[in-house]
Design a protein around this ligand. Structure first.
Ligand SMILES: Nc1nc2c(ncn2[C@@H]2O[C@H](COP(=O)(O)OP(=O)(O)OP(=O)(O)O)[C@@H](O)[C@H]2O)c(=O)[nH]1
Ligand SMILES: [Mg+2]
Ligand SMILES: [Zn+2]
Length: 376
């Protein structure tokens, strides 16, 4: 280990024993550990220790790093040479070029956080379908989700309480908080969550109040990565990239840009956790492959009929289950196509090799082409 690592103050934010171990078992010779603390149009900033930030001018793995990644930096070259295996990562399905279009790819948003704060503003009413999606992805990230309903000052206490209990219905096993950064309502409750030494990612739609909460918890106006919007010249700052903000107590907050669509990405565990309130009922279904739509003896439909769970909850469950299934089918199809292409390439290569060698030996071979196409 390099002598630099013996001085704790010289370690990247959030470094702990886990990372020390990962580091010692990685090919990090000549590199120093760093954490990606900011990504924006200006480039990637990596911190080798608190406040010691370096612009990454080029990175072998640059297109794959996200805010929160712990990496190996070639300091002289300004290059990230390796990414330590992520402890947690929040990934969603890549939005396509057009609105509401999705690509068969994932896009990571933040890595190595212990908690995910899922924010939704109260004044427009909690979007329960969106919340369910966000929680599937948050659980799947491996971090602990916390739901935060923002801008309580804009609604009545009754409205806030009604929305809180609705959100709780869609967030089994998850804490739901109501806050306002204007009135400071609920902020001390959040602070008492023992955020120190944790990395917390803020997630939610644009305007949900992520940056405002970061500022409120920091206790001062953080210069958050921001730009003035072109379309509404009101000059509202909207986060255009991810950034880590270090609080006095050591908590690390990751502010992320608002995401419009929350396309699910492969999420078996995340889906199960997000809908754990329904698992008991699903076990009662008569058929193992019950689609919970029309089947007799369906535990879910029975529970709805008995008023034990809301029909809307089951509806969202089905919608997301179908989406995940279609995603899996798409991924499998692509995998098969890629495998076929790999096989074809290998065959062409083998054929060239055989042609070359038969030319040199003057002999010729029949290549068994026919069998090759049968796997389609
Ligand atoms: N009334 C009220 N307004 C708030 C509160 N929190 C945030 N806002 C306002 O809501 C707007 C959006 O807040 P931001 O914190 O920028 O939202 P964001 O989630 O960071 O948005 P993006 O960066 O675009 O993703 C701003 O105009 C804030 O002033 C609150 O508690 N009460
Ligand atoms: Mg913001
Ligand atoms: Zn069923």
């Amino acid at each position: 280990m390099s002598p630099v690592l013996d001085q704790p103050q010289m370690l990247p934010p959030g470094w702990d024993n886990h990372w020390a171990q990962e580091w010692s078992s990685s090919q990090a010779d000549g590199l120093i550990p760093c954490r990606v603390v900011r990504i924006d149009k200006g480039g990637i900033m990596a911190a080798t220790s608190s406040g010691e930030e370096h612009l990454v001018v080029a990175a072998k793995a640059v297109r794959r790093v996200v805010v929160g990644d712990l990496c190996g930096l070639d300091l002289a070259a300004g290059r990230i040479e390796l990414i330590l295996p992520r402890r947690t990562v929040f990934e969603r399905r890549s939005p396509g070029v057009a609105r509401d279009q999705l690509q068969l790819q994932s896009r990571p948003l933040a890595a190595n956080m212990d908690r995910v704060f899922v924010l939704q503003p109260l004044e427009s009413g909690v979007n329960l379908t969106r919340l369910a999606r966000e929680l599937v992805l948050a659980w799947e990230s491996g971090a602990q989700p916390v739901v935060i309903l923002t801008k309580a000052d804009l609604v009545s206490a009754e409205w806030a309480e009604k929305e809180r209990s609705e959100a709780q219905r869609f967030a089994p096993g998850v804490e739901v908080h109501v806050i306002s950064t204007r009135s400071a309502h609920g902020l001390s409750e959040l602070r008492s969550l023992h955020l120190a030494d944790h990395t917390i990612a803020m997630l939610g739609a644009s305007g949900a109040g992520k940056s405002s909460l970061v500022n409120a918890l920091a206790g001062y106006e953080v210069q958050l990565v921001a730009e003035v919007r072109d379309n509404d010249r009101r000059g509202r700052h909207t986060t255009s990239a991810g950034q880590i903000i270090e609080l006095e107590d050591g908590a690390l907050l990751i502010d992320t840009p608002g995401i419009r669509g929350v396309g699910l990405w492969s999420a078996d565990d995340g889906f199960e956790k997000a809908f754990e309130d329904l698992s008991l009922y699903v076990q009662q279904c008569r058929f193992a492959d019950c689609t919970h739509t029309t089947e007799p003896g369906c535990g879910l439909l029975e529970a709805v009929a008995q008023g034990e769970i809301g029909a809307d909850r089951v509806h969202v469950f089905q919608e997301l289950a179908v989406e995940l299934e279609q995603l899996e089918v798409g991924l499998e199809t692509r995998e098969r196509e890629e495998q076929r292409e790999r096989n074809q390439r290998a065959r062409r290569k083998a054929k060239r090799r055989d042609d070359d060698s038969s030319e040199s030996t003057g002999r010729s071979y029949e290549l068994g082409e026919a069998e090759d196409d049968s796997e389609a």
